[in-house]
Design a protein. Structure first.
Length: 158
């Protein structure tokens, strides 16, 4: 019992430190500087000035969202996928987010449609379909790659 309590307290301290150290979305350039302070920053993140790429690390949960995932179909590129609805505390509605489960490597594309989660320590609420696609049953650690677009980017056609 004492050993279990030490493990639980150790995990909660680590999660609390991680949440406070990375509170809120961080620009990819800043993360690259932390990882490689002496080396140059990859030009990959500066290719399109209209898109700002951010990252956020933390815990996700899921809720029963009444809105179904929107399908994406592109016959020329043979793409058939979904954009899943999510809830985030601060990101503007309509923001595209790539959610990555580091435990199994699964990735999904999401769109912010709601506010939440309202539980401390959690960064995003997935819908039930998105949680199943990521392999999360309850709560789980995830990495968010956030694509913040300018309003003119929404008006462009590919």
């Amino acid at each position: 019992m004492v050993r279990l309590l030490k493990v639980v307290l150790g995990c909660s301290l680590i999660l609390g430190w991680a949440a406070s150290a990375f509170a809120g979305p961080q620009p990819m350039e800043e993360i690259a500087r932390r990882i490689r302070p002496t080396g140059g920053i990859s030009p990959l993140y500066g290719l399109n000035a209209d898109i700002q790429i951010l990252a956020e690390f933390g815990v996700a949960s899921w809720y029963d969202c009444p809105i179904k995932p929107e399908p994406i179909v592109h016959k020329g590129l043979k793409i058939k996928d979904f954009i899943y609805p999510v809830a985030h505390k601060t990101l503007p509605f309509g923001t595209l987010v790539k959610a990555i489960n580091p435990a199994n490597g699964r990735k999904i594309l999401c769109r912010v449609i709601d506010r939440g989660p309202f539980i401390a320590g959690r960064i995003i609420d997935l819908d039930a379909h998105g949680a199943k696609a990521l392999g999360i049953g309850g709560i789980g650690k995830i990495v968010l790659k956030i694509f913040r677009l300018t309003p003119t980017q929404f008006a462009r056609t590919p």
